[in-house]
Design a protein around this ligand. Structure first.
Ligand SMILES: *[C@@H]1O[C@H](CO)[C@@H](O)[C@H](O)[C@H]1NC(C)=O
Ligand SMILES: *[C@@H]1O[C@H](CO)[C@@H](O)[C@H](O)[C@H]1NC(C)=O
Ligand SMILES: *[C@@H]1O[C@H](CO)[C@@H](O)[C@H](O)[C@H]1NC(C)=O
Ligand SMILES: *[C@@H]1O[C@H](CO)[C@@H](O)[C@H](O)[C@H]1NC(C)=O
Length: 347
């Protein structure tokens, strides 16, 4: 008995120590916890139907109906239809699920661009353009599409960033979702996220931000007509554990395409077991500004990718083929501490 208590005290101290040193955070290896994922015992479903047979006509009205600081999962079931509205899930409303009827039949869409003026007369800027913005933790979306329908910018046009979705909450799960836009489609802003079987379409930096995210079995589809880019990751110091891991994905569409760009000085992007169509720009990767030597501090990795574009993604010396030991943390759901918050049957 005494030994057991000592053991727990010891583990606790170790945990405290590992938390206090910032640059332990440089590693992607999660601290060893004993928690397991626990099935939420209570859930409530509300129905949104534009045709009138549900509880609400709009998605935002359904979100508004959820009490602040709610502690049970609320499934918002969204019937087939295009819901033309801008939606925000505020930080005070965790455990919300958007359940569509299929990503080809249920969508939420809006059309704001960064250069458009908001209600206060100021330009919106990219982060406020998203058709759907989620600030809360424990969000989930299944079988639904999110679109920004602003027209794609021509090369050189300013202020046309137009996000379809922004996720700023922690522990968010997406499955069978579609994200449609052109420049800056999916703002993977902050927190741990898992995307499974999703379709993401865009032209420039169409997955961007400083999230710590795994994209598993997703299609990344470019609609760029000259040059485009997939991922712009914004990790800003070696101490941050953020990064994008694309595992078993497919890269398709039109190019020429950079697969990753160094938005932050310590940008971290890995593609593993991913198929690349013949759409990759020479070099394959972009250092964003050519002045801050990001090519010395970024972590751009590849592991066992394939397809006609797979040669071109090895086009610069600062994006390297990883060995198994280095790749492994990016191949498993523990990259996002998934064991603690993902349903085992979901990931
Ligand atoms: C972070 O990790 C990288 C790669 O393993 C290493 O080169 C770098 O020195 C580490 N940074 C710190 C501050 O520990
Ligand atoms: C929700 O929680 C916050 C923080 O604890 C608190 O300030 C707020 O009053 C709560 N709201 C409600 C409606 O209980
Ligand atoms: C989502 O759609 C897929 C494919 O149509 C279907 O197999 C799955 O059951 C759906 N899942 C949910 C939770 O609706
Ligand atoms: C790294 O970037 C600097 C500044 O743009 C450039 O001069 C240098 O050639 C690059 N190094 C490599 C290996 O690409």
């Amino acid at each position: 008995m005494g030994l057991r208590i000592l053991y727990f005290l010891f583990t606790f101290l170790l945990l405290l120590l590992s938390r206090s040193s910032c640059c332990d955070l440089n590693s992607t290896t999660a601290t060893k916890h004993r928690h397991r994922w626990v099935e939420p015992t209570v859930a409530r479903t509300v129905v949104v139907d534009a045709a009138g047979s549900g509880d609400f006509l709009s998605v935002q009205k359904a979100v508004d109906s959820i009490p602040e600081n709610n502690t049970i999962r609320v499934v918002i079931q969204i019937k087939p239809g295009s819901y033309i509205e801008k939606v925000v899930v505020p930080v005070t409303k965790p455990y919300v699920t958007f359940q569509g009827a299929g990503r080809d039949v249920t969508s939420i869409e809006w059309h704001d661009r960064a250069g458009d003026r908001g209600p206060d007369g100021q330009q919106l800027r990219t982060y406020n353009t998203a058709s759907v913005t989620v600030l809360a933790n424990y969000f989930a979306a299944r079988n639904i599409s999110f679109k920004n329908t602003a027209p794609a910018p021509l090369p050189g046009m300013e202020g046309w960033q137009a996000a379809a979705f922004r996720i700023s909450g922690d522990k968010a799960y997406f499955s069978g979702c579609g994200f449609y836009g052109a420049q800056d489609t999916l703002c993977d802003d902050a927190g741990r996220h898992y995307f499974k079987d999703c379709y993401i379409e865009g032209s420039i930096d169409f997955v961007f931000g400083n999230g710590r995210s795994m994209y598993k079995d997703c299609e990344l589809h470019s609609i760029a007509n000259q040059f485009g880019s997939i991922a712009a990751q914004d990790r800003n110091s070696a101490c941050e554990r953020t990064g994008f891991a694309f595992v078993n994905c497919r890269v398709t569409g039109t190019g020429k395409l950079y697969v990753g760009r160094a938005m932050g000085q310590y940008s971290r992007i890995v593609f593993a077991y991913t198929y690349f169509d013949d759409v990759i720009a020479p070099g394959g990767w972009d250092d964003w500004d050519h002045t801050s030597n990001k090519n010395k501090t970024v972590f751009f990795g590849l592991y066992k990718c394939w397809g006609p574009g797979a040669g071109a993604v090895h086009g610069v010396p600062w994006a390297r083929e990883l060995d198994f030991a280095t790749a492994r943390p990016f191949l498993v759901k523990s990259f996002v501490n998934g064991r603690h918050w993902l349903n085992p049957s979901d990931a």
